[in-house]
Design a protein around this ligand. Structure first.
Ligand code: ATP
Ligand code: MG
Length: 420
């Protein structure tokens, strides 16, 4: 029989890799908490319409990347390719559209049928934040600052730059779109096949194309700037003032349009050069039309999502595993006491392990292999006296102590070690 294989583009997260993931998620949860965000979890699948409607029929995600299937009841369901549409669906179906603002953090797996490569998978994981309710540009600035702080807390702020753009309001964007259609139509035959289709359905998306054929044309395409109306220009100015107030530095990149349909005004990407062409680690923008798209009232909103795998790869070192304490009984009688000591240590919050068999030598070997910082040895003498031997495995020093004093002695000893 052939050995079982994982599905292409999926990964098991084991040991160090899962620690990187967990560290990214926990850090983002903590930092967004400082901004008053609260975590939501939505199902990993939704009715297909939740994504098809909101992301736009011509977006790459909807047209090529969705995992869509019919269930046994004949419903068309889709494994979520992203989080924002589902959060907006949840806002509406839980009757929260009148309880604004909502500050939402989420984390979890997303599914896209993409060509797997470094930093691009078919099941990948995102952290995300959505601020639903405010329409003020200062809210955009705050959400971007929060993204910057997550990257800072991960220790990778120096690895990324923030690229910022505006898409203006609908009026500005419509005028710009007309100019883009005119420009690209004049060069139609030079466009990639995909972009020729985009030209019909959503010409802005051409600017997001990664096809070599399109890149040259994109260079000379008309920019939104000359089509921005007064209101959009004011928003753009206020956004940048807000970012300055939060101390966020950025560069303006007029080519950032983002892959999904629902953005207006602010768009941004935190980008690194360290991951090749998969360089965007955290990205987002304002999506004022999406809640309405889900059947709720018109509701402004701004958010971002970050790729956990890409962020995890940038981490300097994975978070370390805490070294355990090995409890070592000598002889059957001591084993019973050892189990009590083991339980005592664990309830005091100490990571503690004990082998299920073996003499002192075997057990010491195993403790060293497990990277134990200390051994707690219980022989006949200690058993009789109600004490234990606490041995520091890095310097070999040993002292006889009472079990009740173990936890505090261990925490002192570990702190001292960290300080050297
Ligand atoms: P890209 O341009 O790289 O395809 P995107 O615009 O499709 O990204 P978003 O939908 O904005 O990405 O998702 C936010 C983040 O999620 C990305 O910046 C990236 O870090 C991560 N991400 C997106 N798709 C994948 C994937 N297939 N595998 C791993 N991470 C991904
Ligand atoms: Mg993509």
């Amino acid at each position: 029989m052939n050995a079982a294989q994982p599905v292409r583009g999926t990964h098991d997260l084991i040991g160090e890799q899962q620690r990187r993931h967990a560290h990214v998620t926990e850090t983002a949860r903590r930092v967004t908490g400082l901004y008053g965000f609260d975590e939501w979890a939505t199902p990993v699948f939704e009715n297909t319409s939740v994504f098809a409607r909101s992301l736009g029929d011509t977006s790459d995600v909807v047209s090529k990347e969705m995992y869509t299937f019919t269930d046994r009841g004949g419903e068309s369901l889709t494994l979520r390719p992203e989080g924002t549409a589902a959060i907006c669906r949840a806002l509406v179906t839980n009757g929260l559209t009148q309880s604004l603002p909502q500050k939402v953090f989420y984390a979890g797996p997303m599914f896209r049928y993409e060509r797997p490569q470094k930093g691009r998978y078919r099941q990948f994981h995102q952290i995300g934040a959505e601020l639903i309710g405010p329409s003020e540009p200062l809210a955009d600035a705050e959400v971007i600052a929060m993204g910057r702080d997550v990257l800072g807390a991960l220790g990778i702020a120096d690895e990324v730059v923030l690229e910022l753009n505006t898409l203006g309001d609908t009026e500005s964007r419509t005028a710009w779109r007309t100019a883009l259609v005119e420009y690209f139509s004049a060069h139609r035959e030079k466009l990639s096949e995909d972009s020729q289709v985009r030209l019909e359905h959503n010409p802005l998306r051409i600017l997001d194309s990664k096809a070599q054929a399109d890149r040259l044309l994109i260079e000379d395409a008309p920019l939104l700037d000359q089509f921005l109306n007064d209101a959009s220009r004011r928003f753009w100015d206020d956004l940048r003032n807000g970012l300055n107030a939060f101390g966020v530095s950025y560069t303006v990149n007029p080519r950032i349009v983002r892959g999904l349909d629902y953005y207006s005004h602010t768009t941004f990407e935190f980008v690194t050069t360290r991951l090749g062409s998969q360089g965007t680690v955290l990205a987002g923008g304002r999506y004022d039309g999406l809640v309405e798209e889900m059947g709720g009232p018109a509701t402004p909103a701004i958010g971002w999502a970050g790729g956990i795998e890409r962020l995890g790869m940038l981490l300097e070192a994975p978070p370390e595993v805490v070294a355990p304490v090995a409890v070592i009984p000598q002889g059957n009688e001591a084993e019973h006491r050892a189990v009590q000591v083991l339980t005592l240590l664990r309830s005091a919050g100490v990571r503690a392990e004990m082998a299920w068999r073996g003499n002192l030598k075997k057990r010491m070997e195993r403790a060293n292999k497990a990277g134990a910082s200390h051994a707690v040895i219980i022989g006949e003498t200690e058993l009789a006296k109600g004490t234990v031997q606490l041995r520091n495995l890095s310097d070999g020093l040993q002292q006889e102590v009472r079990p009740d004093d173990l936890a505090s002695l261990l925490s002192h000893s570990k702190k001292a070690e960290q300080n050297t």
